[in-house]
Design a protein. Structure first.
Length: 303
C-alpha cells in the first residue's frame, strides 16, 4: 500500500514541471511587446501566420534562425536577455526575451495569430446607406498622374521617393508612391508623416507645378511661413523592409482642407537604415518628398 502511494507521488511530481511549461497564443499587435521566457539548451519556437522575411535581435547571446513562418530562438548564455523583432510582409512583431527561472517555467512555443483570425467576421455596414461607394474602376479613372519636374544633374541618393498618383474624394487625398533603395544595405521604412507648407512662395508661379513632385532645386527656392501637420487617415506599404536594388509601393490617405491656391505637402519618411552585417546597427535617417497639387476643390469624386 505504501509503495503504491509512493509511486503515485513520484508520478505526480514528474508531471508538474511538464504541465508548467507553456505553449501560448498571442494576438499580433505592432504596438505591443510580448515577453518570452527562454532557457539554455532549449528552443523556443514562434510560429506566425505568414512567411517571415527578416528577424533581428539585440544580443549575440541568442541564436535566432527562421524557416518559412517559424522562428527558432535559443539562448547561448545563462541569464541572457534582449529584444527581438520579426518582420513579415504585412506586420512587425516585438518581443522581449528573458531568462526563465527554470526549464519548467519557460515558453516552449508561441502561436502568433493575426487580429482577423481571432475575431468573428462581422458583416459590413454603411454609415450612409443612400450614398454608394464608387466602383474601383471609377476611382482609378479619376486618378491624377503626378509629374516629376526636371532638375539639374545631381548625384543619385541611396534611397528616394517617387510620387506617382493622386486620388481625391470627400475632402481626403490618397497619395500613391514608391520608395526605391539603391543603397548597399536593407532599408526599413514606415508610413510618412505629412506637413502642409503654409504661404509658400516661389520665384516661379506654383501654378506651373500643379500635380508635380518638386525637385530638390525647386524646394530650395521655396519660402514658407510655417508647416502645419496634416491628419493621416490611413497608410499601407507592400513591405516595411526594402532590400538593396528593390522598391516597394505604398499609399497614404490624408485629410486636406479646401483651398483656391496651389497646396504644397511635405511627406516625411522616418526610417532606420540597417547594415546587413549588423541588423541593429545603422543610423536614423529621414527622406522626404514634396508634392504640389491643386487646392483640393471640385476634383475627383467631390460634388
Amino acid at each position: 500500500m505504501n509503495s503504491r502511494w509512493m509511486s503515485s507521488g513520484v508520478l505526480a511530481l514528474t508531471l508538474v514541471p511538464a504541465m508548467a511549461q507553456k505553449i501560448g497564443r498571442e494576438i499580433s499587435d505592432r504596438t505591443r511587446i510580448v515577453h518570452l521566457k527562454t532557457a539554455p539548451n532549449h528552443l523556443t519556437v514562434i510560429e506566425v501566420g505568414e512567411p517571415v522575411v527578416e528577424v533581428a535581435s539585440g544580443s549575440p547571446s541568442f541564436k535566432v534562425e527562421w524557416r518559412q513562418n517559424k522562428v527558432f530562438v535559443q539562448p547561448t548564455e545563462a541569464d541572457a536577455a534582449t529584444n527581438l523583432f520579426i518582420w513579415t510582409a504585412t506586420q512587425r512583431l516585438n518581443y522581449e526575451l528573458e531568462p526563465a527561472a527554470s526549464v519548467s517555467s519557460m515558453d516552449f512555443a508561441v502561436d502568433q495569430a493575426s487580429p482577423e483570425s481571432s475575431q468573428p467576421v462581422k458583416p459590413a455596414t454603411s454609415s450612409s446607406p443612400n450614398k454608394a461607394s464608387p466602383p474601383l474602376s471609377d476611382l482609378l479613372l479619376a486618378g491624377k498622374a503626378v509629374r516629376m519636374l526636371p532638375s539639374r544633374p545631381r548625384a543619385r541618393k541611396p534611397v528616394e521617393v517617387w510620387i506617382s498618383d493622386l486620388y481625391e474624394r470627400d475632402g481626403s487625398l490618397l497619395i500613391r508612391y514608391a520608395v526605391r533603395n539603391d543603397g548597399p544595405h536593407p532599408y526599413i521604412v514606415d508610413t510618412p508623416t505629412v506637413q502642409q507648407l503654409d504661404g509658400p512662395w516661389s520665384p516661379q508661379s506654383l501654378y506651373a507645378f500643379l500635380d508635380s513632385q518638386l525637385s530638390d532645386e525647386q524646394v530650395g527656392k521655396l519660402k514658407i511661413r510655417q508647416q502645419t501637420p496634416v491628419k493621416v487617415l490611413a497608410g499601407q506599404l507592400q513591405s516595411e523592409q526594402i532590400a538593396p536594388g528593390q522598391e516597394v509601393v505604398g499609399v497614404v490617405a490624408v485629410q486636406v482642407a479646401s483651398s483656391s491656391s496651389p497646396t504644397v505637402l511635405r511627406l516625411d519618411f522616418p526610417s532606420l537604415s540597417t547594415s546587413s552585417d549588423n541588423p541593429n546597427g545603422g543610423k536614423r535617417e529621414r527622406i522626404a518628398a514634396f508634392l504640389c497639387a491643386n487646392g483640393f476643390r471640385r476634383r475627383g469624386f467631390e460634388k
